[in-house]
Design a protein around this ligand. Structure first.
Ligand SMILES: Cc1cc2nc3c(=O)[nH]c(=O)nc-3n(C[C@H](O)[C@H](O)[C@H](O)COP(=O)(O)O)c2cc1C
Length: 169
């Protein structure tokens, strides 16, 4: 296939796949590295390297799931608390082979939206690389991520923009 045809096919067949549809099992290190590597090729203004990605697998991933469930319990009004949602959060993370947290570093050198835009383009690269490697993925942005800064060790000029779920399909 011509280069342009291959690219068109990868772009046009990209879609989100949710954890309930993941087949289970680990993602090969080589493939995960390729996914992260592709993110580095997103355009950026003034080379501020705005995207911050952190991979969670194994016990660390379980900890992230439990932490998000705890955040839910601590921040929801008691009368709105749903036990099912509390249990679903770690379960959904458990069904994924890996989670990549998507965060942005605001350098102050360019407008914030430009660094968010560059980070979103980096995520698109990851989406496309997942597609080319038959890995399911999707970008989730639950309200709970606004409380993740301490867990992720993010500073005041940094913000978590979401969770990138990955799994075999
Ligand atoms: C920035 C961003 C945040 C998103 N947040 C959520 C989310 O919190 N929950 C959700 O179900 N889908 C969310 N989505 C949508 C899915 O990731 C997915 O893109 C959408 O279902 C469209 O399907 P497609 O990717 O197959 O075209 C988000 C998408 C983007 C771009």
């Amino acid at each position: 296939m011509e280069k342009a045809e291959v690219l068109k096919e990868i772009i046009e067949t990209r879609k989100s796949t949710f954890p309930k549809n993941y087949a289970g099992g680990e993602i090969e290190d080589r493939v995960l590295e390729e996914i992260l590597n592709s993110a580095q090729f997103a355009p950026q203004h003034k080379r501020t390297n705005p995207s911050l990605f952190r991979v969670f697998r194994g016990a660390e991933k379980d900890l992230l799931g439990r932490h998000l469930a705890d955040i839910y319990k601590e921040t929801v009004l008691p009368q709105n608390f749903l036990q099912k949602k509390y249990l679903d959060i770690p379960e959904k993370i458990g069904k994924s082979a890996a989670i990549i947290t998507i965060s942005v570093n605001f350098s102050g050198l360019v407008p914030e939206w430009e660094e968010i835009a560059s980070t979103a383009m980096a995520v698109q690269n990851m989406y496309l690389t997942c597609n080319a490697n038959q890995i399911g993925c999707y970008w989730s942005s639950p309200g709970l991520i606004q409380y993740l800064n301490p867990f992720l060790g993010l500073g005041e000029n940094q913000k978590c923009l979401g969770l990138f779920y990955l799994g075999n399909i």
